[in-house]
Design a binder for this molecule. Structure first.
Ligand code: RTP
Ligand code: MG
Length: 140
C-alpha cells in the first residue's frame, strides 16, 4: 500500500474535555504523521455543508449543532494506508461497538458525540483536505 493522506477532526466533545493531545498521541503511535493541524470553530453553514451527505438523516440537526458547539481541531494525517489505518484507530462509529484500544472506545461519549471524524475514501479525503487547508499548510 502506498503513502496516503487522510483528513481528521477532533470533535467538540473531545476538545472540551482536553483530549486533543491524547487523541493526537493515538494517531502518532499508529504511525500516522500529523502534517497539518489547526483549531477552528465551525459556523452552522460550514457544518451543514461538510455533513451535506447526511442532510436527510434524522440526526442531521443534532450533528450539525454538536459540531458548532465548541472548537474542533482539523488535521491531515499521512502514512502507509492512512485512510484505513485511521478508521481502525478511530474504531466503530458507536463507541458501544468499538474495539478495545480505539479512540472511540476510550473517549467517545455516544454515537453522536464520538470524539473523531476520519475520511472514508481517497476521494472524500482529498475533498475534505482541500476544504480546510491550502497546499502551503500541508508540511509532509
Ligand atoms: P465520521 O464520518 O464522523 O468519521 O463517522 P462515521 O463515518 O463513523 O459515521 P457516519 O455514518 O459518517 O456519521 C457521521 C457522524 O454522524 C453522527 N451520527 N449520529 N445519532 C446517530 O444515530 C448518529 N449516527 C451518526 C456521528 O457523529 C458520526 O460520526
Ligand atoms: Mg462518515
Amino acid at each position: 500500500m502506498a503513502i496516503q493522506r487522510t483528513f481528521s477532526i477532533i470533535k467538540p466533545d473531545a476538545t472540551k474535555r482536553n483530549l486533543t493531545g491524547a487523541i493526537a498521541a493515538k494517531f502518532e503511535a499508529a504511525g500516522l504523521r500529523i502534517i497539518a493541524s489547526k483549531r477552528i470553530q465551525l459556523s452552522l453553514a460550514q457544518a451543514q455543508d461538510f455533513y451535506g451527505v447526511h442532510s436527510e438523516r434524522p440526526f442531521f440537526g443534532e450533528l450539525t449543532e454538536f459540531m458548532i458547539s465548541e472548537p474542533i481541531v482539523v488535521q491531515v494525517l499521512e502514512g502507509e494506508d492512512a485512510i484505513a489505518k485511521n478508521r481502525e484507530v478511530m474504531g466503530a462509529t458507536n463507541p458501544a461497538d468499538a474495539a478495545d484500544g480505539t479512540i472511540r472506545k476510550e473517549f467517545a461519549l455516544s454515537i453522536g458525540e464520538n470524539s473523531v471524524h476520519g475520511s472514508d475514501a481517497p476521494e472524500t479525503a482529498a475533498e475534505e483536505i482541500a476544504y480546510f487547508f491550502s497546499g502551503l499548510e500541508l508540511v509532509g
